[in-house]
Every structure is written in structure tokens, then in C-alpha cells.
Write a new protein. Sequence first.
Length: 256
Amino acid sequence: MHADLDLLQTVIQHRFRNPELLRRALTHSSHAYETFLADSPAADARGLDNEQLEFLGDSVLGFLVSDALFRVFPSFPEGKLSKLRAHLVSAEHLHEVALSLDLGRFLHLGRGEEMSGGRLKKTLLVDSLEALIAALYLDGGLDAARDFVDHCIFSKAAGIAGMFEAAAVPLADFKSALQEFVQGRKLPPPHYSVLETHGPEHSKTFTVEVRVGGKWSAKAEGRSKKSAAQKAAEDLLRRITVEWPPSAGTPPESAA
């Protein structure tokens, strides 16, 4: 396998048992026609590029994002879950994910696409990312695809603030969001404490810590106890979703 694809496998944390699936996921139709059909103009290029994989990957992604949201936010109404899902599977968000993986550098493109900047084209990158999800699913099953979606699309790249903004959830209400999250994961309720107060009476700054069980904690400063608590809740919510993504199952013993 090409060295670049070895690097990509390291980035996505999956070693393909069938490397051909990865190669196909990264092959644009322009490359398939120019390379594979150069000597056989009448041949059928279907199955040589990533278009069919992109079709499958779109469905796999939609299911895995829906499943993750259902488990992470069990009390959210259907409308709110739908908005969150729409944000996570949107072309804008998937484009950001593809750029964060530097996916463009691994693509196999035809000369025309290469010359016209295909490695940075949004549509091309989004299609390739969905094809990659399908390849992971076909090579390692649903668990392999879920691990990728959790770590690269759901937890890390989305950002808690962006997700809640997309769902029209007030961004200031991270305490409620954290409460929803820990209830859905059967974790102990968040505990808030004021660690420090400093500054003159008319301009105090508060440092608040929030803890969930024995494993997770975060602290933040604010001009009021309420704002500091909200910032701490946001930080902790982001940490937990990254360290313990939706597919992780039961919590570590130290979290209880």
C-alpha cells in the first residue's frame, strides 16, 4: 500500500484488512476513467471509484449519528435531535472534518481534477469522507465505523457549542446540558463548588469547579458564580464527550 495511505490509517486509527477498500474510497471517478480505462475505453469503470461507497457511507453516517445522539441526550425531543443530526451530517461540518484529517492529500484524482484544485473542493472531500466511512464499515463492521464517527465527527470536530447552536439550545445553558448528559450515561450528578473569589467588591472574579464522580472535573473563572459555573460545565461536557464517546459503553470504574 502507498505510504501516504499507511499514514492515513494511523490518523484514523484503523488498519485495513482489505486495503483495496481504502484505495477505492479515495479514488475519484476522474482517476478511475483516466487510469483504469486508458487502454480499454469500452470497459465499465463502475466499482473502481468511490461513488457507490459514498452512497453507502451517507446512510451509515446518518444511522451512527442518530444512535449516538439518542444515547447521549435521551430526554431531548425529536425536533432537537433532528437539528443536532442535521448539523453533524451537514456538508459544512463534514468539510471541516475532512480538512482536519488532511483528507485531500490522500485522494487519487484525474489530471483535470488535480489541475482545478480538486483536493480542496468541498463536494469532493465530503463525498470521499462518506466513502471512507463506508469502507470502514465494510472492512471492520459497524464498530469500526462507529469509532471513527464518534472520535472524528461527533466528539472532536463538532464542538459542543456548535452542536447546541445548531439545535437552537441556549448556549448559556451548559449546566442543563451537562445534567442531561450525565443522566443519560448513568453518571453521578454534577457537583459545583466555588474554589476562589478575588478582586474588589464591585468587580469580583469567581473560580468554580464542577466534578462528575471521581474521574472528571473542570474549573473556570467568571464575573459571577453563574457564568463561571456555565463555563466549567461547557469545558467538562467537551472533555467527557471526547474521552468517553457515545460508543464507549459502560463508564470507567473511576467515574462512579
